[in-house]
Design a binder for this molecule. Structure first.
Ligand code: TXA
Ligand code: MG
Length: 359
């Protein structure tokens, strides 16, 4: 398949949107930028079209997709109930990196989108290209992140093309995405909102407006619920969270501890691997950038401004792959604000390989 690339910027680009929307209406899949990561879209009402997303990404069929909307009408008519707290969240945080899981009216979307669940995840992205494409298509657009299943999510059009060139009908290239980590997924089917996946909006931001059920919510480590002894408090997980995600080709380790301890440990480990003939990678922050004399060293920016880290995390993981790195050590990201979501993704990428030097 020929994959079309349309550059979109702040100007009109009328033809690009028309062509992309018309392919969506014909049942093809098209990638587009959002404020979080690139999405791979298809008409959420068309079974065959949605199946193409799963095929292109090689995504397991039991992992439901988020439905992207550009207007109220595209989702309100499809849900059975909207709790008051969900109305507050929508008022306050849409458009933006928030996905709400709501009880769906039977048959309101293709069952392929929801993997047969009675609920559906909706989100109104805060990106002009995404909103325009969805509005032009005139249907709700099912879209997971536009990466091959298991790989880091794409934050630039090149990432999408690396993974999916020849497998999708086209991509709107809107440059780098702003936030760089996916939306916060909130279960809005119960009495109180539960965070199923930390993301672009922090728990602190949501908590300011609604009574988040913090006991059942997921933080950086979603294999452990806070208050581990009480395993009865396990929240109903987002189905997608059980799969291998964001993986690098090389073995990745996350290192916790004081800055000094981390530097010392990583330098020693990296030197050992290098003398065994391996290529090594180190993911650090600007403050420690010059502490590492050898290897592929990438910085996530200043440790006290994680907006930069968000924009760089997935790109860095992909860069390590491109450079053939066989072992990577990543300094732990401060778990504050969006750092909770970034650590959640980093720990997943590491498949749980965490090293704690402070205990
Ligand atoms: O920022 C984002 O959310 C990006 C952009 C493209 O919008 N999309 C994204 O989609 O990250 P995806 O498919 O990579 O992740 C969707 C997550 C998965 O963990 C999935 O299991 C969960 O949302 N999800 C979708 N529908 C659900 C439902 N009905 N119940 C529970 N979890 C659901
Ligand atoms: Mg994804």
């Amino acid at each position: 398949m020929d994959t079309k690339v349309w550059k979109v910027d702040n100007r009109d680009n009328i033809e690009a949107y028309k062509e992309a929307a018309s392919l969506l209406k014909q049942g093809e899949v098209v990638a587009f930028p959002t404020e979080t990561v690139y999405g791979l879209g298809a008409n959420a009402l068309d079974d065959e079209a949605v199946r193409k997303i799963f095929q292109a990404k090689q995504r397991p069929a039991d992992n439901p997709l988020i439905v992207h909307v550009a207007s109220d009408g595209q989702w309100r008519t499809r849900v059975r109930a909207i709790p008051d707290y969900a109305e507050i969240l929508i008022e306050r945080f849409w458009p933006g990196p928030l996905t709400l899981i709501l009880p769906m009216i039977d048959g309101a979307l293709s069952p392929v989108v929801t993997a047969g669940l009675p609920t559906a995840g909706f989100r109104m992205p805060d990106h002009p290209a995404a909103l325009r494409l969805i509005a032009e298509a005139g249907v709700p657009i099912a879209a997971p992140s536009a990466n091959r299943s298991g790989k880091p999510s794409p934050t630039r059009a090149e990432h999408v093309l690396d993974d999916l060139y020849g497998r999708i009908a086209g991509i709107l290239d809107g440059g780098s995405t702003g936030i760089g980590v996916e939306s916060t997924v909130v279960d809005a089917t119960g009495k109180r909102p539960v965070i199923l996946r930390p993301g672009g909006y922090s728990i602190e931001q949501l908590r300011e407006w609604v009574p988040v059920d913090e006991k059942r919510s997921v933080y950086a480590r979603d294999d452990a619920v806070y208050g581990e002894e009480d395993s009865g408090a396990m929240p109903p997980r987002s189905p997608g969270m059980k799969y291998r995600h964001y993986s690098t080709e090389g073995e990745l380790f996350v290192v916790y501890g004081t800055s000094e301890a981390r530097i010392h440990y990583i330098k020693k480990q990296a030197a050992e691997r290098q003398s065994a003939g391996q290529r090594v990678g180190i993911l650090t922050f600007d403050e420690n950038r010059n502490e590492y004399p050898a290897g592929e060293v990438l910085s996530l920016g200043p440790a006290n401004d994680l907006t930069v880290a968000g924009r760089r995390l997935y790109d860095s993981l992909r860069l390590f792959d491109a450079r053939g790195v066989q072992a990577i050590w990543a300094e732990a990201i401060p778990e504050e604000g969006v750092g909770v979501a970034l650590m959640n993704r980093l720990l997943k990428a590491a498949g749980g390989r965490a090293i704690r030097l402070d205990t």
